[in-house]
Design a protein around this ligand. Structure first.
Ligand code: HEC
Length: 199
């Protein structure tokens, strides 16, 4: 490369000489600036990590992030369902507590009169709604726990409203004590039996 003018030649400073690499292309030389150690270590670690990662996901059916997410979400919805069940479900001890409360009888009668009488009549003999004084039950077996479910969720498409939201647990427990008193009183002129007989 004899026709190079001196000006064109790359300048190499004194302190750069020890990092000057020993190749040259058309007068272009290269300095070797090594990457920082921490950077290189991180880089090699990602390569090392890639090997088991690739094997696990390609050959050993390791879970993808989406699958893990789905599993976590399932767990969350199970916990939520569980919580709702405990929150809204019948708990005998709670019912007993409400039942033994001296204020309950009055509240229960008032609630039945206001919310239930229209369809089941004051004595429970039934009109739009079924007779609550016989041993025939359309839903469940007429036990407190079973009636609780009917009251809480209602049978909306058959005309029995749901009371979970408007009355809440406590008042449903209260009204259940009225149903317990009506049970098997076989009031006169009551509606004909509906559902299955419960011995
Ligand atoms: C708008 C009318 C209506 C009102 C108000 C109503 N019910 Fe009912 N109820 C019904 C009807 C209709 C059924 C029957 C549903 C069916 O056929 O599946 C029913 C069913 C029931 C049952 C189940 C009976 C069985 O044989 O399984 C119970 C218990 C009950 N009601 C209690 C109550 C109580 C307590 C209240 C007040 C908080 C109430 N209902 C308010 C119409 C009503």
């Amino acid at each position: 490369m004899s026709d190079h003018r001196k000006d064109d030649e790359m300048k190499v400073f004194e302190d750069e000489k020890k990092i000057l690499m020993d190749h040259e292309y058309d007068g272009i030389k290269e300095l070797n600036h090594p990457l920082p150690k921490w950077w290189l270590i991180t880089f090699y670690l990602t390569i090392a990590y890639a090997v088991p990662y690739y094997l696990a996901h390609t050959f050993f059916g390791a879970k993808t992030i989406q699958e893990e997410f789905k599993e976590d979400m399932n767990e969350v919805s199970e916990l939520q369902a569980d919580y709702l069940k405990r929150k809204g479900g019948f708990i005998l001890a709670e019912y007993e507590k409400v039942k033994s409360d001296p204020g309950t009888a009055k509240l229960a009668k008032k609630t039945f009169k206001r919310k239930c009488k229209a369809c089941h009549l004051a004595d429970g003999g039934g009109s739009i709604g079924p007779n609550l004084t016989d041993e025939y039950w359309i839903h469940g077996d007429g036990s407190v726990a079973s009636n609780y479910e009917v009251l809480y969720h209602g049978v909306v498409d058959k005309g029995m409203p749901e009371w979970g939201t408007s009355l809440g647990k406590e008042r449903i427990y209260a009204v259940l004590t009225v149903l317990e008193e009506m049970k098997n009183t076989h009031v006169e002129g009551g509606k004909e039996p509906q559902g299955k007989k419960v011995e």
